[in-house]
Ligand binder design. Sequence first.
Ligand SMILES: Nc1ncnc2c1ncn2[C@@H]1O[C@H](COP(=O)(O)OP(=O)(O)O)[C@@H](O)[C@H]1O
Ligand SMILES: Cc1ncc(COP(=O)(O)OP(=O)(O)O)c(N)n1
Length: 504
Amino acid sequence: MSGGPIEARVSRVPRVLSIAGSDPSGGAGIQADLKSIAANGGYGMAATTALTVQNTQGVRGVHVPPASFLREQLDALSDDIAIDAVKIGMLATTEVVGVVRSWLEQVRPPLVVLDPVMVATSGDRLLDAEAELALRELVRLCDLVTPNIPELAIIAAEPVVETWPEVLAQAARVSAAYGVRVLAKGGHLSGAEAPDALVDARSGNVPVVTEFAGIRIDTSNTHGTGCSLSSALATRIAATGEWAAAVAESKRWLSESIRAGAALQVGRRHGPINHFAGMWQRGGVVTAPTPAEVREHWWAEIASIRAQIDGGDFVRALGDGSLKRGDFVWYLAQDALYLRDYARALAEAARLAPTTAEQAFWASSAEGCIVTELQLHESWATEGEVFAASPSATTTGYLNHLLATAARGDYAVLAAALLPCFWVYHDVGSRLHPLAHAEHPYADWLTTYADQAFTDATERAITIVTALAADATPPVRDAMLTAFRTSTEHEREFFAAAFGVAAE
Ligand SMILES: Nc1ncnc2c1ncn2[C@@H]1O[C@H](COP(=O)(O)OP(=O)(O)O)[C@@H](O)[C@H]1O
Ligand SMILES: Cc1ncc(COP(=O)(O)OP(=O)(O)O)c(N)n1
């Protein structure tokens, strides 16, 4: 198989097939392989060669179904699915080795990794003694073989070696003799180190040896380490084509998983590793809401603030027309002052936006604030009334919140802080504009709330922010909601501050 198209990267999730035995305790065999493939970013499949009866204490029995049944499993997969990589584990008998061999020759998967499983940690045989010769021949069809120290010696047809330099030398002889890369594993050495090495002597020249240092972890949770490592390698090499990086990353993942194994409290002897420990620790079990769920949740979160805005004196008096003109003009002046700095926060969102579409949206909203909104205000109050005003404490508080959020530089949080000025304002307006009638003193103002362009902009802002929140990590999503809620509180205070300021 070596020299084939295995150097090519797979630009999607690699489809990795494990051909191996079943370990009902879940620590080794196909169960470990499937966990390992998933934990390392692949889509796992499994064709079962043998059923074992085993737990963390040892293997109590092995049942090998007819080899023809394995061939049916393999054919069913390759008839339907493009397989990016194959990992081979326990093969049990000569007949099973033969079936796998003929299938490999026919299907020629791009990457084949062989973990030459012969004897379990417990000492129980997982490959018939007479099948060793057949297995050695299978090595020639593989791209990578991952023997432990005793397995390496059997493939080399040499005595078992004891020191790491001897292991490397034996691995180089195997690589040259079989035309295969060898991952020499130091798990069976004694001492504080647990090194591995990628050995490539296929060219017949000086072997290329890439070593991966490792610290031996003091644990009895090493059941299935060989299965797990070989599956991780098949997955990562298929994904990137980077052999050394794949080994380094797989080993780093394996160490983390070995370390976390004991905490699983599975079994009394050689317990399993925890394949997903790192993923779980880094948030792997956390689910994410959809944008629609964020929209519903956030809207409900500010329900009581919205009720306070609707029930507030300013909105009520604006709606029924009883609002004093002085209060209204004061409100417009504060709104104009607010919009000038709100436009600056919108411009900062445009600067931070990751896509040109979002950049354009925030930039055009900023422009809309400065030009359209200020013109609108000037038509309602004299320029002097608007520009003579200075920002109230309430206006300053709202703007400080927005500008400080902008200065912190988190685009998603800033976008969330900007949203209530669209969403809450539009919502209040949707109840105010139907109240306009011919005699209403603020009828022209109320009808501006029905502006379709503002409705469209509000919907777009909600779409952007809820998508950002759905994609965000939980802490960022929380920070977004806090910023959103705070802005809504400022909206409430902004309306409230404008009531009762006029002298008469
Ligand atoms: N106690 C341990 N601490 C750290 N790494 C280990 C430990 N035991 C095994 N490993 C690693 O697990 C992988 C498989 O180990 P090994 O025992 O050599 O093979 P197998 O499981 O096939 O017998 C190797 O990368 C090895 O370095
Ligand atoms: C069904 C099955 N396959 C393989 C093994 C051996 O697994 P390995 O990863 O070599 O780990 P150890 O258990 O030998 O440490 C197995 N036990 N069962």
